[in-house]
Design a protein around this ligand. Structure first.
Ligand code: SAH
Length: 261
């Protein structure tokens, strides 16, 4: 077996602990009735080997040519299902055309971008199981009112129920990352669409958290708030105090007055 040398710029930290790999693979529940699973960043396949035995049709996407060569050699049964490419650029809907779950030990440098892509494709993605930095995992599961609550917590919690599964220490990777990791599971909830202009919702959430210490009245100034919304009591709150629903209501309130202007 040829060995792939980990490349820092690709966020490569190869998991060495087979038990952990198995536990991650087994965290897929099948929620949402999908037949296919897409593994993002399989590297040298430590997780892949435990995904072969389940009933799903497994696809892989990996950006690193050396890893793809290694995978093709070691998983001949997957040859036509290994895409060499950038998950952030590939059109996953076209690639899969069905509902599919995503699993992976994500490259930590792009984990937020991966979640934004998941949000864009949420109608196709009923379940995600992934390993990310613990700090990011803590943010994604944190409820309103806490310091860790942020943009992705709101945007993802609007559409997914998120569970923190377990913490993973740096020592089980080659090379060890500087931070702790965690495995989380996201299950698409029953919300078909949140009841508001979703683009405006995203803009408001992002803008509100950009200046999270300020009241919404000040933080949202760049959005050109309609005059009538400035006096709303909620404008005295700060972003981290608002639940998903309150952001939805706020969005509706703002679009209502924008239409009238
Ligand atoms: N799953 C493996 C590797 C995890 S490291 C393991 O657990 O050991 C993250 C992996 O994601 C690396 O193999 C890296 O090459 C790959 N990767 C990085 N950026 C990517 C991208 N944009 N699209 C797809 N794969 C990517």
């Amino acid at each position: 077996m040829s060995i792939v040398r980990p490349k820092k710029h690709l966020g490569q930290h190869f998991l060495k602990d087979l038990n952990i790999a198995k536990n991650i693979a087994e965290a897929l529940t099948g929620h949402g009735d999908y037949q296919r699973v897409l593994e993002v960043g399989p590297g040298t396949g430590v997780l892949t080997q435990f995904l072969l035995s389940n009933d799903f049709e497994l696809h892989l996407i990996e950006i690193d040519r050396d890893s793809v060569g290694f995978l093709n050699k070691n998983f001949p049964e997957l040859t036509n299902r290994i895409v060499e490419g950038d998950f952030l650029k590939v059109n996953v809907a076209a690639l899969e055309a069905h509902k599919f779950a995503i699993i992976g030990n994500f490259p930590y440098n792009i984990s937020s971008q991966i979640f934004f892509k998941v949000l864009d494709q949420k109608q196709h993605i009923p379940e995600v199981v992934c390993m990310i930095q613990k700090e990011v995992a803590d943010r994604l599961v944190s409820p309103p009112g806490s310091k860790a609550y942020g943009i992705l917590s709101v945007l993802l919690q609007a559409y997914y129920d998120i569970e923190y599964l377990f913490t993973v220490e740096p020592g089980v990777f080659n090379p060890p990352p500087k931070v702790k990791s965690a495995v989380i599971r996201l299950k698409r909830n029953l919300t078909e669409s949140i009841d508001c202009d979703e683009r405006l919702f995203r803009r408001i959430v992002k803008q509100a958290f950009q200046m999270r210490r300020k009241t919404l009245r000040n933080a949202l100034k760049p959005i050109n708030l309609p005059e009538q919304t400035r006096t709303l009591p909620i404008m005295d709150s700060r972003a981290e105090q608002l639940s998903v629903n309150e952001f939805v209501n706020l969005t509706n309130e703002i679009s209502r007055w924008q239409k009238k202007e």
